[in-house]
Write a protein that binds this ligand. Sequence first.
Ligand SMILES: [Zn+2]
Length: 456
Amino acid sequence: MNMNDTANFISKETINMLSNISLDDVAERLGHTLRRSGNNYALFCPNPNHGFEKTPDTMISLSKGLFKCFGGGGCGCRGNNAISFYSWHTYGSAEKEYFKDSVIGLAEIYGIPVKFENGKVIKNDSVQIVPKQRAVMDEVPAQPDEICNKVYRRYLSLCPLLEDHVKEWRKRRKYSDSEIQAFGLRSVPTSVEQANQIVRTLLEEGYNLDRIPGFSKALKVNGDPANEDDWYWIIGMQGKYYLPVRNELGLIVRLRVATGRTDGKAKYVWFSSDPTSPDEIKNSTVYSRDRLRIGGAPSGAVINVTVPSKLLKLWKPGDELSHYFDTSVAIVTEGEHKSTITANYTNQLVFGLPGAGNYQDLIPLAKRMQIKKLAIAIDTDAFVDKTKKQGKNVIVFQHLQNMVTLCIKEDIEVVLWCWNPEDGKGLDDSLLNGVLPIEIDILTDDRKVISLPYIG
Ligand SMILES: [Zn+2]
């Protein structure tokens, strides 16, 4: 390798920095008009050789960090970062031969320095634009459960307990005060000042917030990304209150946020540093174009291992649950409130899935905990939903079938818990109305009304 070859190598640092530019940011700066289309953006093909298009048929998926042309069956224009987008836009190709010029051209738009392995630097000094960062951060893992647990417990203890929320938990969810305390419900800080004060306290007490989902660092306005003092820790402030999510050792590993939305959209979201929804990005001051964020990690979708509140008070985080409790049977339902209410009423272990589709981790979890039997208690609309064309929620029904198949394959006994939709859509509603579900044995089709205490 001679000196001239080395001079051609662009540093990894520069390539990473450019690869992390959000695709919608570079597309707009290159003059493309983006239209929202579901969770994606649609635009006319950036490939200048594509030819005439009636409709914008190239898609940008921010959550996946991809773009792809579908116009007329697709012209081959596709890629997964801002460099390849620039290359397609400028050269009608993302072949290797255009890579170096694309890096330099893209960096020039933002005034980002291009550093070479031999120390040479090219920089457009006439602009300095801090690009929006791509939302995909799955390469950044969250801290181990023990560390998240410590931070979240202290964080929750510093968060307020608003009277309105306490009233709602008592009235609508019928929690006693000691159940509220055991669960660990807390309100989202009500002002930026309060949130900042809590973050300051955590830092003063020596907590490391790096890669704890929900916390991330933002760059001060006009701050220098290279100067560490220009970064400050922030938290997402959306939503009403937090619902702690525990793992099989009772560690609080994630927080769920009740949004208080009544428009049918996400009632619960994760406390996460991963801005996957374009809505969130567009409406938030935190994710605005002129601010970078670092240090965050996405929450993922974890299963909430839920036990009756009276046991929760005794369960020492880090201890195996089987030391306290019969864990041969677990009920499977969705959502944190539903799980807690079900656990309290049935005095059973409950696995709360974040959604009916998030069952991939269910069987491994059941195996680790040596569960012998799962009682699946998914919302009744899987079976009966008169608002749906097929008379039921087909997607949820499909998830249910998959779950059952996986259980049978893994030799875990599986039963369905069903109830009359008139007694409540969710198991919690039915239980709160004093109606116990019917248990259906999948293999024999035997049916019986559950009695309490439940004997699996
Ligand atoms: Zn195309």
